[in-house]
Design a protein around this ligand. Structure first.
Ligand code: GDG
Length: 537
């Protein structure tokens, strides 16, 4: 194939369903999330391809329909599936990625199990993704690899296609050098990232952590550093960085670094909430709640997400302020994303036990203090809960970004401004300093934040939510996509040309309904293109 853009992401970009014995490939039902956004980049090129994995029975088996040509609202693109057996998936994804790398990325050193990792299989799977990507890519294609479970893929791509343009995006935090050094394979990982043309992170702190790691391991120089734009660097925040490195020199190779948070889609959220299904459901939830305040706390089952800390804080709240009993309700979702992992089963069990304990202690005939959802809530329903909730508690111990916080803000209406209680250790906390921030490792801090949120005047709620909304609207998904597109365009420019050059990544030149048509920035443009004004700090 001769694709101009190859996206390498472990999940398939569609739902595969069998109807009357026939396999159908349908566009994902959920309109939000990262997959539709990534697919929208295909509108910027002549030909696009996506690489993902799919189960096969035996090693070496080809996937049935290895190649699928999709045609959905993002146009036509190819999907090439890498066949992995059950043991390969378990080893590569559940054990090495989730049990060994994930805890280190999230600063959970005690959960790290070096010996459990099967690095050989990790290498092998990463190599196969690289081979599939290179099979699809034209000679000057851009190959965009996503997330830590494909950390070694750029290295193998560079071996096969020395002149490829390679981009990498981290969805997780990137830890400090002290923590990263726990990984016995640190040199190999860093070499692979340094083989990229551009390495992306959500926030400047993660980029700076990477720089520290790269410089401690290899002879790398900082070639360019810029001030972080005011909207992404509140003073005093736990993850704040005033400056960020944007270029590293490594021998004769330049690695661009980019720190730009993924956004949510506020206009889609508001549109769905304006439609009768969600609007009626939100009204129904509000009517059923009566004078009870609803608090929402949404997340996957993961010890990093702080669901246990949220539940314990809620239990302390009901002890500390008995007058709230009967007048408040916590809605928690805890949906398993990776099944068959002991650590997540234990986390889920702990959550269910805590919910049971809180219920047992405080429920009455007419009032239940808590609702727990362990299966996915439909998108419209989830938005209706956001809309009905006067508070949202997002208390991860560590989180790359956290889109739920942004979704809650986007779902507000003027009648009920709502309050966001937000852990200082979520990436989005640098964009959202008008949340009530808390340190989830401290009971005192978490309890104080919750009390502040509960007791906040309507005027202050309104003021803070207006500023949060400005930020969520500014750093929305469209802005992220345009920013990334600008970075890609800059990579494609011949060396020495300025940012005003006509060369563009967008060869089709057709309108991009999902991304909009504004031209992107350059690698230096960390000031971004103003949308709504950034809230003053
Ligand atoms: C990683 C990083 C980073 C959740 N439960 C339901 C449901 N969700 C949706 C939310 C939101 C998404 O899932 C979760 O967003 P997070 O940002 O928390 O993402 P992670 O899954 O942890 O993924 C994270 C992200 O990548 C993006 O780079 O922000 O830090 O860990 O959109 O709404 N959606 C529905 N029902 C549910 O029950 N419909």
């Amino acid at each position: 194939m001769n694709s101009d853009l190859v996206i390498v992401y472990h999940r398939q970009p569609f739902e595969e369903v069998v109807v009357d014995g026939e396999t159908l490939y349908q566009e994902n039902k959920s309109p939000n999330g990262i997959v539709p956004t990534l697919k929208s980049f295909f509108q910027t090129v002549e030909r696009g391809s996506w690489i993902a994995w799919k189960h096969v029975d035996r090693d070496g088996d080809e996937v049935d329909d290895r190649r699928v040509t999709m045609n959905d609202r993002h146009g036509e693109y190819e999907v090439l599936r890498v066949g992995l057996t059950e043991p390969q998936v378990r080893s590569f994804y559940h054990v090495t990625s989730k049990a060994s790398l994930w805890p280190v990325l999230h600063s959970f050193a005690p959960h790290f199990d070096a010996e459990a990792a099967d690095w050989e299989t990790f290498r092998e799977v990463n190599r196969r993704f690289a081979e599939a990507a290179c099979e699809e890519a034209s000679d000057d294609a851009l190959i965009w690899v996503h997330d830590y479970n494909l950390w070694l893929t750029p290295h193998y791509i560079r071996q096969i296609k020395p002149n490829a343009k390679i981009a990498f995006f981290h969805h997780t935090p990137f830890p400090s050098a002290d923590l990263f050094s726990l990984l016995p394979w640190r040199g190999e990982i860093v070499d692979s990232l340094l083989a990229c043309d551009i390495v992306g992170f959500h926030i400047p702190r993660y980029a700076e952590n990477f720089v520290q790691v790269a410089r401690s391991l290899r002879d790398v120089d900082v070639a360019e550093r810029v001030a972080v734009e005011p909207g992404l660097t509140p003073r005093g925040a736990a993850l704040s960085e005033p400056e960020v490195t944007t270029k590293l020199s490594y021998g004769d190779h330049t690695v661009h670094l980019d720190a730009w948070p993924i956004g949510t889609n506020p206009s889609l959220i508001r549109k769905v909430l304006d439609e009768p299904v969600a609007a009626d459901r939100a009204a129904q939830i509000a009517a059923e709640l009566g004078d009870q305040q609803l608090i929402v706390s949404v997340g996957r089952v993961d010890y990093t997400k702080g669901t246990t800390e949220t539940l314990l804080a809620y239990e302390r709240l009901l002890e500390r302020r008995p007058e709230l009993r009967g007048h408040i309700k916590l809605m928690v979702t805890s949906v398993a994303a990776a099944t068959g992992m002991t650590v997540y089963e234990e986390t889920q069990e702990e959550i269910e036990q805590l919910v049971g304990r809180i219920h047992g202690r405080f429920a009455t005939l007419s009032w239940g203090p808590i609702m727990l959802f362990t299966t996915p809530v439909p998108f419209e329903e989830l938005l209706s809960y956001y809309r009905a909730a006067s508070m949202c508690w997002i208390t991860p111990l560590r989180d790359g970004l956290n889109l739920v916080a942004k979704e809650y803000v986007a779902a507000r209406d003027d009648d009920q401004p709502g309050v966001l209680v937000l852990s200082e250790f979520t990436g989005c906390s640098v964009e959202l300093p008008d949340a009530v921030t808390a340190n989830p490792y401290s009971h005192v801090s978490l309890d104080a934040a919750i009390d502040t949120a509960l007791d906040m005047s309507t005027a202050e709620r309104t003021h803070r939510m207006a500023r949060l909304t400005l930020s969520v609207d500014r750093y929305d998904i469209e802005h992220w996509a345009e920013h990334i597109l600008g970075q890609f365009q800059a990579l494609r420019r011949p060396a020495g040309r300025g940012q005003g050059d006509p060369e563009s990544f967008s060869r089709r030149g057709t309108p991009q309904p999902t991304l909009g048509r504004r031209s992107g920035g350059s690698p230096r443009s960390h000031a971004g293109t103003p949308r709504s004004p950034a809230p003053p700090r």
